[in-house]
Design a protein around this ligand. Sequence first.
Ligand SMILES: NC(=O)c1ccc[n+]([C@@H]2O[C@H](COP(=O)([O-])OP(=O)(O)OC[C@H]3O[C@@H](n4cnc5c(N)ncnc54)[C@H](OP(=O)(O)O)[C@@H]3O)[C@@H](O)[C@H]2O)c1
Length: 290
Amino acid sequence: MKTALLTGSTGGLGREVSQILAQEGWNLILVNRDKEQADQQIASLTKLFPNQAFNGYTADLMDIEDVQKTAESIGVAHPRITALYNIAGLLTDKRILSPQNIEGHFALNALAPYMLIKALRPRLKAAATPNNPAFIVSFSTSAVNSVKTLDTSKLVDPDTIGGLMDAYAKTKAVLNIMACFLKDELFAENIYIYSLDPGATKTQMTDSNQGMPWFVRLLVPFLFGDAAKQAQKLVDGVDLAVQSKQTGVFISNGKIKDNPPLANDTGIQNRVRTLMDSLIENSDAKEQTV
Ligand SMILES: NC(=O)c1ccc[n+]([C@@H]2O[C@H](COP(=O)([O-])OP(=O)(O)OC[C@H]3O[C@@H](n4cnc5c(N)ncnc54)[C@H](OP(=O)(O)O)[C@@H]3O)[C@@H](O)[C@H]2O)c1
């Protein structure tokens, strides 16, 4: 039986994707910050699918140390992981700082997925074969198409936050960039990687007034899809990409698309990678001196 890890499984899309994967027979590792909600979700999944394993981990994924510790515990308990879904995300127009003073969108939307990929790569490799690859899906957004350039020196402490089309879109673009710079080395280990736009969906994120421009908010009741339908579309899109042996692509609203040009810029790729590696190294060094 295959195992998938999902972050943000108690959210609008995360909950639906968990349900679909459970129905398909996957064992699930669910990483959330709200233990009570996660425990309820696990109890309900266990009742419906008593022969599958559902394991919960509690973590604030904005906190580098929490991500690191949680990934270590998961790695010890789960020798093989076939799929990693980075779903947890933040959209706000307020400045939120992580415990390490990293801007919240960057910490949660980009750095946490990168850390989980790095830490769990050996577990994904252990589950993967050429005919049955492991895969990573990081939830991006169509708003990345509006990001034409990226000043990586401003990711940790941006001048403006600006919600959907600013810090949110830029930090989600990092996921597309990451898929592009990691795809070849992961492919050598039979691991595929995707960035994914679930399509406009009604969830607590889009129902809240945080970070959504007023004109987009007006469209929510008319143009935003039902979470269960969008989740099925995205899972089908991932299946299609895996079956057709494609990696590094952008799965948008269930269809396989090219990444925005920015994601293929090797200068930006190198700067993003160096930045994220140095943040992780600094945090490791600090932990060792405590
Ligand atoms: N809905 C859309 O139209 C849309 C469009 C494009 C992309 N996306 C992306 O799709 C993903 C899922 O979004 P959604 O619409 O389902 O939003 P949602 O309902 O707000 O779910 C977000 C999830 O992230 C979790 N989360 C937030 N901060 C966290 C933290 N510090 N540590 C751990 N978990 C945290 C939330 O947990 P809590 O419940 O504890 O807050 C929740 O489970 C996000 O990455 C989003 O950016 C959504």
